[in-house]
Design a protein around this ligand. Sequence first.
Ligand SMILES: Cc1ncc(C[n+]2csc(CCOP(=O)(O)OP(=O)(O)O)c2C)c(N)n1
Ligand SMILES: [Mg+2]
Length: 384
Amino acid sequence: MTVTEQRGAHRAGAPTPPPAWQPRTDPAPLLPDAEPYRVLGTVGADRVEPELLRRLYAEVVRGRRFNAQATALTKQGRLAVYPSTTGQEAAEVAAALALEERDWLFPSYRDTLAAVARGLDPVQALTLLRGDRHTGYDPREHRIAPLCTPLATQLPHAVGLAHAARLKGDDVVALAMVGDGGTSEGDFHEALNFAAVWQAPVVFLVQNNGYAISVPLAKQTAAPSLAHKAVGYGMPGRLVDGNDAVAMHEVLSDAVARARGGRGPTLIEAVTYRMDAHTNADDATRYRSESEVDAWRGHDPVLLLERELTRRGLMDEAGIQAVRDEAETMAAALREHMNQDPALDPMDLFTHVYAEQTSQLREQAEQLRAELDAEAEMSEGGRS
Ligand SMILES: Cc1ncc(C[n+]2csc(CCOP(=O)(O)OP(=O)(O)O)c2C)c(N)n1
Ligand SMILES: [Mg+2]
């Protein structure tokens, strides 16, 4: 017998027990669609503004080139590591474009491209992955939190910032990005729970790229979809084709508007695929087949936009070439900057960590200072 049937079956005249459980929210409007939402390749594509299509295309092509260049830099010893978003550019770019300047982006380690599409200088965006110096950029200036390596820890930060902004009366939305694997972390649960209870102006974007390193999605969640997880917390879940830049832009913009309007958080699952390995340090052939990767090549975010622009006569071969040339110029500038050795002060390691340094850090700083001085003395002596 279900709880609902049990209520109806209560014996007449008997005292009514206090309700132990009452549904607070009708779950139906919160449920995601059964299939990922798509625009490109459907009749809905006809109503998309040409300017938006062109803008998304230019950004996605630029993003693809950025990914290729950053991966090449790891092979040249200029970057320690790069988690590529080749194949995921539509979701990355749409996340950046859906936000206003006053909003905040909370990226994971994979989301360098979203930070760059939001306007961050590509060299600054790669500083952390080069192992040079702290975050590499001023999070407050750009309203981009540091690229976050510990899985899902950026999510409660985003909720805290958004909730605080709302209490202060600031018009700020936080967009937090996380991978499919990150949804199995405790921080994911805590962040979503608080966000919904407080109706915080947050948007959670899960990029389901099929894998958490070598672990396929089915081995780490039994949920019908990751978007379904939203319902348990009392927020809407949206299932979207993550390779469809237009669908992503529309759903993210709707969720941002909803959050800004005081109607609370949304969880968006972008169904996409990581075309490259997890990072340059991973060999993806050990856990997935070439035919699986090939199947996704036909659903490439660049291809989907190119097809639509060509079909509607909005861009010809020359237009496409101009976009590619612009991306090439960006890549050449990035290469040139990354090939320069920055002058770094190792003592800088200790600044910007705590407002007031701890005694252990002070001790370590003194030790490093002494080692650097001794080294300098030795090389001075060698020269004379
Ligand atoms: C708390 C924590 N545990 C483990 C790791 C190691 N780790 C780094 S990436 C990763 C897989 C994450 O997969 P997913 O969330 O799907 O993101 P993707 O890399 O696919 O974008 C793991 C387990 C970590 N960084 N942080
Ligand atoms: Mg993943």
